[in-house]
Design a protein around this ligand. Sequence first.
Ligand code: T3D
Length: 265
Amino acid sequence: MDEQPILVERRTGYRVITLNRPQRLNAFTEAMHGALRDALTDMEADESCRALLLTGAGRGFCAGQDLNDRLSKAGDTPVLGGALEAYYNPLIRKLRGLPFPVVAAVNGVAAGAGCNIALACDIVLAARSATFVQSFAKIGLVPDSGGTWILPRLIGPARARALALTAAPVPAEKAESWGMIWKALPDEELLSEAHQLCDHFASAPTLGLALIKRALDESWDNDLDAQLDLEREFQREASLTPDYAEGVRAFLEKRTPVFGGRKPR
Ligand code: T3D
């Protein structure tokens, strides 16, 4: 068993989680899922945590499920579904629902569920040497961890379908040009840019950003009418935050706003 399948670092206003099984390109085991779930629950409960940076140790971001756990000594493979229910689906729901921005710094290959976990993050930065692979078809599986939902929404049905059916790797710069990720960066700049972004979010109007995330997510299921109603409600909610008042005052006083990210009293 790995001693620390993930590493958690507390920075001022945000946390860094590093998937830490580099010898297996950070593929997921149950222990890693458990540690990640606990770390996410812990940071969600901490009001001082206002962003998350997710990255991988070594040369990969994450190669999805550790396939060593999917072959018994007798050579049998299991019936799947249980791990999605217990681990991958809750993980994707948690990442999407965190009340602050999640930045993925994809340092190397992101394959299988590892690819879709990255794509579920709010902002995806990738090293130019990184690739994104829907590798499921190579082993007779179906994209999971939200891939069949997120991928076509990011890059359109034609590209999503071809990638899912062929498992062709997408290099980071192509992923950027397709709108699959936010930015491809020189490898040596990846982490510093991800930290800069999280530093920025650590002093941003966090409650407003959480509402932005929800509004964009909910738009997929709404028609324009319903979305306009939702925007009215969310705007009302945002206007009750101290950060909105601070933002307006700071603008009129021509100074930099100081956002506390706190709930209204
Ligand atoms: O419950 C369920 O199971 C359902 C959930 C499924 C979720 C999924 O994610 S299913 C998809 C699982 N992942 C894959 O199929 C990807 C398998 N890996 C690869 O195709 C390739 O490793 C990569 C394209 C990711 C990278 O290729 P490359 O050439 O850069 O590296 P490599 O040499 O293949 O891998 C380096 C090492 O990591 C190697 O170990 P070794 O030979 O040095 O001892 C390799 O075996 C290991 N590794 C990579 N991916 C996995 C893995 N070991 C276990 N599981 C992996 N997924």
